[in-house]
Write a protein that binds this ligand. Structure first.
Ligand code: ADP
Length: 158
C-alpha cells in the first residue's frame, strides 16, 4: 500500500521522522507531501524543507518526496495513494486533525485518514517548539536531524 504523509515540515523533526519510518513498516511506501502554502510564510523555503527531508530519509528506500499546493485530497489522487497518514501527539491535536479528516472525507471518499500515535518521547515535539528553543540558543540536537539543527543554528545566529 501507499500512504500520503502531508504536512508543512517547517522544519522536519524526529517526531515526523518516526512517523515516516513507522508508516513505511506498516504500509510499504510513504509519499511525503510538503505543503507550499502561499498564505502562510514558512521559516524555510519549500526547496530547503525538501532537502532536509531528503537528507534525513536517504537510507529509507520506501520514501518519496513531493511538494503540493492546495487540497490534500487532490495530491492524494495525483499520487495514486491508498490512504492519508497523520500523527497525533495529544488531545490538542485531536480536534484539529479530526476536522481535517472529516473535511477531506467530504471532498473525496476514496481516501481514509489513518492516525498514528506519536512515541511518548516525541509527544512534546513540534516544528514551532524547536524553532523557539533554537531562537534562544537552546539545545536542539535531540529534536531534529543534524542538517536541520545546523540550518536552525545558522538562521538564528544572525
Ligand atoms: P501541518 O502544518 O500540516 O500540521 P506539520 O508539519 O506540523 O504540518 O505536521 C504534519 C503531521 O505530522 C501532523 O499530522 C502532525 O500531527 C504530525 N506530527 C507533528 N509532530 C509530530 C510528532 N512529534 N510526533 C508525531 N506526529 C507529529
Amino acid at each position: 500500500m501507499k500512504a500520503l504523509y502531508p504536512g508543512s515540515f517547517d522544519p522536519l523533526t524526529f517526531g515526523h521522522l518516526d512517523l515516516i519510518k513507522r508508516g513505511c513498516n506498516l504500509f510499504g511506501e510513504v509519499i511525503i507531501a510538503v505543503l507550499e502554502n502561499p498564505a502562510k510564510k514558512a521559516t524555510f523555503p519549500l526547496s530547503r524543507r525538501m532537502e532536509q527531508i531528503s537528507d534525513a530519509t536517504k537510507d529509507i528506500a520506501e520514501v518519496r518526496i513531493v511538494s503540493f499546493e492546495g487540497l490534500t485530497v487532490n495530491c492524494a489522487k495525483e499520487n495514486n495513494v491508498d490512504l492519508i497518514l497523520r500523527g497525533l501527539r495529544a488531545m490538542s491535536d485531536f480536534e484539529y486533525e479530526l476536522q481535517i479528516a472529516h473535511t477531506n472525507r467530504s471532498l473525496n471518499k476514496d481516501f481514509e485518514t489513518i492516525f498514528l500515535a506519536t512515541e511518548t518521547h516525541h509527544s512534546f515535539l513540534s516544528s514551532s517548539v524547536v524553532k523557539e528553543v533554537a531562537m534562544f540558543g537552546g539545545k536542539i540536537n535531540h529534536m531534529v536531524p543534524k542538517l536541520v539543527a545546523d540550518d536552525l543554528k545558522r538562521l538564528y545566529k544572525k
